[in-house]
Ligand binder design. Structure first.
Ligand SMILES: Cc1cc2nc3c(=O)[nH]c(=O)nc-3n(C[C@H](O)[C@H](O)[C@H](O)COP(=O)(O)O)c2cc1C
Length: 394
């Protein structure tokens, strides 16, 4: 879905980041308009924004704009307004509903829930009781405030007040645009590979990247759910206030983390590519290459999904992933049903397609009601599809 977004830019030194934010928003397919405050134009010429935007920016009440784009129309024709950077002065004007320029007047035309404010200022400005009072008022009215971060400030000092990086602002925008779960829940997600060590330097593993589980954690958290992310080695980092991450190496460690938390969770999503076998013994030191033949004896690792299914309470939901080369979706789902799984995700794998590490996947979403086929869908969209399927039965 393409959103219409109005980017508001005010007179802060952090304005240089707005140009990059504009680019990122364009890359993501947002339809954009830009408003600069008169003081913002002293920092960067409107021409730079217009060059990227390929249309006129809005600045002053008295300028002539195309019909249908006065400050009231802009509020009704855009889904969201993002003010980044937002100065202490603009924040104060908004908090007191004082429309002293075109940007503030336009922002006041939006319902607060459709405005994101990204403050940027010196630490002293930010910590000032009057600024904090204004921020609290704006939060109370329903505005979305993205807190500034600690870091280097324009003055050269380090402190809280720095505007977050454009990529993080983009993530915040996606979060605000994500519809919230009606009945929020706590989910455990396992993701990534596991490693079963043979000796201190060698191990049995697979090429799973963990992307699917991380994107699922992101989607569920954006919907307002709590997530316990049990991540195998080398899973990409992701941080969110609702996501608690537990890093593990082996299948046994993953099993222990799941056993410890399952009783306080509502949903389990087993997206990890857990090793099925582990060496019976781990050598204490690196195995020497002094033999032509070396035999390793392996034993089964714990079946995490089976344990979760066996210990499933009445209202708990279990999602199991199946990666199969020989079984049909029907056969794979039968196997999952035996483990008390509610939703199955069948990963197709063959010589022509391996989902590991890719940003896309082809899956069959299997529920007791029906099977749905998704071909070459981004893992981000698959996270949304799976989150919807969970909400349908939870
Ligand atoms: C070099 C320079 C950097 C500034 N940076 C900031 C800033 O980061 N945050 C802020 O709140 N004000 C900052 N100001 C002050 C604002 O530009 C000033 O309050 C202005 O009136 C803001 O107007 P506006 O919010 O309508 O754009 C800065 C001023 C100058 C000269």
């Amino acid at each position: 879905m393409s959103y219409k977004l109005l980017l508001g830019v005010t007179g802060s030194i952090a304005i240089y980041k707005s140009l990059y934010l504009l680019r990122l928003l364009q890359d993501e397919g947002f339809e954009l308009d830009v408003i600069l405050t008169p003081s913002a134009t002293k920092f960067i010429q409107p021409l730079t924004f217009e060059g990227l935007l390929r249309k006129k920016v809005f600045i002053d009440f008295l300028d002539s704009y195309p019909a249908g784009s006065d400050h009231v129309d802009l509020a009704s024709t855009h889904d969201l307004m993002v003010i980044a950077p937002a100065t202490a002065k603009t924040i104060s004007s908004l908090a007191t509903a004082r429309p002293d320029n075109f940007l503030v007047a336009t922002a006041l035309g939006f319902p607060p829930e459709r405005v994101i404010i990204v403050p940027a200022m010196e630490e002293g400005f930010w910590n000032h009781p009057a600024t904090q009072k204004n921020i609290n008022s704006l939060k109370g009215y329903g505005y979305h405030i993205m807190e500034p971060v600690e870091g280097r400030l324009a003055s050269g000092k380090t402190g809280k007040g720095r505007m977050p990086e454009p990529r993080d602002i983009l993530e915040f925008i996606f979060e605000v645009l994500t519809p919230k779960s009606k009945k929020p829940y706590t989910a455990i997600i396992t993701t990534g590979p596991t490693r079963e060590h043979i000796d201190p330097v060698r191990f049995i593993s697979n090429a799973s990247s963990g992307k699917t589980g991380v994107l699922l954690a992101r989607e569920l958290a954006f919907r307002g759910n709590e997530v316990i992310l049990v991540a195998g080695p080398n899973v990409p980092s992701f941080s969110h206030r609702l996501v608690r991450r537990i890093d593990v190496i082996s299948a046994e460690e993953m099993f222990n983390a799941v056993k410890e938390h399952w009783h306080k969770a509502d949903v389990f999503i087993g997206a990890a590519a857990v090793s099925d076998y582990m060496p019976i013994e781990k050598y204490g030191s690196k195995i020497k290459k002094d033999k032509d033949l070396l035999t390793l004896t392996l034993k089964r690792t714990p079946d995490i999904l089976k344990w979760v299914g066996e210990n499933k309470g009445e209202n708990q939901v279990v999602v199991g992933f199946a990666l199969e080369t020989d079984l049909s979706p029907q056969e794979a789902y039968k196997k999952l049903l035996r483990k008390n799984v509610d939703i199955g995700v069948y990963n197709r794998i063959g010589n022509d397609f391996v989902p590991f590490g890719s940003d896309y996947n082809s899956i069959v979403l299997m529920t007791r009601k029906d099977f749905k086929f998704f071909e070459n869908v981004s893992k981000e969209d698959l996270a949304k599809i799976l989150a919807d399927a969970i909400e349908n039965i939870y």
